[in-house]
Design a protein around this ligand. Structure first.
Ligand code: PGA
Length: 249
């Protein structure tokens, strides 16, 4: 059976109580019968609000990060246990903005994925090359290195993760990877997973980076693209709903 596609919205550091309310209600109203999975990854202070708003809908709740530590003196961090208390089912880990701005290494990202899994949260592990790396012909080497670290630490649990291929040069820039470019990398990631688990087909491989209402259908039609991690377009209900519709088609 073909697995259902997964569309995850990444709100990043956006939102207000009022705007979230309007956005969630509009998205929930637009999706009744779902042939795909929908997640919104919201800023931590809004988890309680969105947990309430999503009730009765098919929208799952996600976080944008998770601490690799269980508890203790880690000012500003949010633990997996805390996320679970608010009904969080998914957590983005290793987003390029966190790798770049917060010094997250491959090893830290792998530990975060492990912590999430240990608490019943599905990590959405982001990998992707910068423009300089692509131009230097290093795309394959970079994404493989990033995923290898997560495979190494998570062993046979690796089929429980979600992977998001997000070329850094495509994030928030309006430049999307072509469906062929994206598929090429997704096929590589699938191969790498297949070497680690016999359940590689189960793993959702998302594409992220300027996915929008206009380009979603073609990207999602690629063999190894099982969904999307959507930034900017997830903040506009009509756009997000169009992407969801493309995934449910
Ligand atoms: P974008 O962001 O859709 O705005 O490019 C995607 C992401 O960073 O997850």
């Amino acid at each position: 059976m073909r697995k259902r596609k997964l569309i995850a919205g990444n709100w990043k550091m956006n939102g207000t109580l009022e705007a979230n309310d309007a956005l969630l209600r509009a998205v929930a109203a637009g999706i009744n019968e779902l042939a795909c999975q929908v997640v919104v990854c919201v800023p931590a202070p809004y988890l309680a609000q969105v947990q309430m708003l999503r009730q009765g809908s098919k929208i799952e709740l996600g976080a944008q990060d998770v601490s690799r530590h269980a508890t203790g003196a880690y000012t500003g961090e949010v633990s997996a246990t805390m996320l679970r208390e608010f009904g969080v089912r998914y957590a983005i880990v290793g987003h390029s903005e966190r790798r770049q701005c917060h010094g997250e290494t491959d090893a830290i990202v792998a530990e975060k994925a492990r912590t999430a899994l240990a608490h019943g949260i599905t990590p959405i592990v982001c990998v992707g090359e910068t423009l300089a790396e692509r131009e230097a012909g290093q795309t394959e080497e970079v994404v493989k290195r990033q995923l290898a670290a997560v495979i190494h630490v998570n062993g046979h649990c690796i089929s429980e993760i979600v992977v998001a291929y997000e070329p850094v040069w495509a994030i928030g820039t309006g430049k999307t990877a072509s469906p062929e470019q994206a598929q090429q990398v997704h096929a590589l990631l699938r191969q790498q997973l297949a070497a680690a688990t016999e359940h590689a087909e189960r793993v959702h491989l998302l594409y992220g980076g300027s996915m929008n209402a206009a380009n979603a259908a073609t990207l999602l039609a690629q063999t190894d693209i099982d969904g999307g991690l959507v930034g900017g377009a997830s903040l506009k209900a009509p756009d997000f709903l169009q992407i969801i519709a493309a995934a449910c088609a």
